[in-house]
Design a protein around this ligand. Structure first.
Ligand code: ZN
Length: 148
């Protein structure tokens, strides 16, 4: 059973499968920001239109828009803190859960952050990277793609 999905951002390669997740877990809460909310419902903004299969979330009522710094109680004493880290995309959120940091595509160690996409912002990405590196000092990093 899945109770919550914490989106790092709403690009197609991170959201394909969400409709199936909601089908199997009708009460699931999908946490994102307002930019992510918009992109989940628009195949141009989530870029799936330019990929193999266009994707639009069919369950907008499951989206919970959050603000920078919000803390989500995941139960069992687990709190997820949302840190907005725009640059790669306006929907980018880095999640801190205990001593783990989930960075999505905002920061992938050893790989230059992609900022040549529509709605990317290079200077924001640089600021976000600095913030994330600081957040990761005493924590373990889990990025959105594998590093070699
Ligand atoms: Zn991405």
């Amino acid at each position: 059973n899945v109770d919550a999905v914490l989106l790092t951002h709403a690009h197609f390669d991170h959201i394909y499968g969400l409709n199936r997740v909601v089908e199997l877990n009708p009460e699931v809460k999908i946490f994102t920001n307002t930019a992510g909310q918009e992109a989940l419902l628009n195949d141009r903004l989530n870029m799936s239109r330019y990929h193999e299969t266009p994707f639009v979330l069919e369950y907008p009522e499951n989206i919970i828009p959050i603000n920078d710094g919000d803390e989500i109680d995941l139960g069992n004493g687990l709190i997820a803190k949302a840190i907005f880290t725009p640059g790669h995309n306006p929907s980018c959120i880095t999640w801190i859960i205990g001593d783990a940091v989930f960075t999505g595509d905002s920061y992938i160690p050893g790989i230059k952050t992609v900022t040549n996409l529509p709605h990317s912002n290079k200077s924001q990405a640089i600021e976000s990277e600095k913030l994330i590196i600081k957040l990761c000092e005493s924590r373990t990093i889990f990025s959105g793609h594998k590093t070699e």
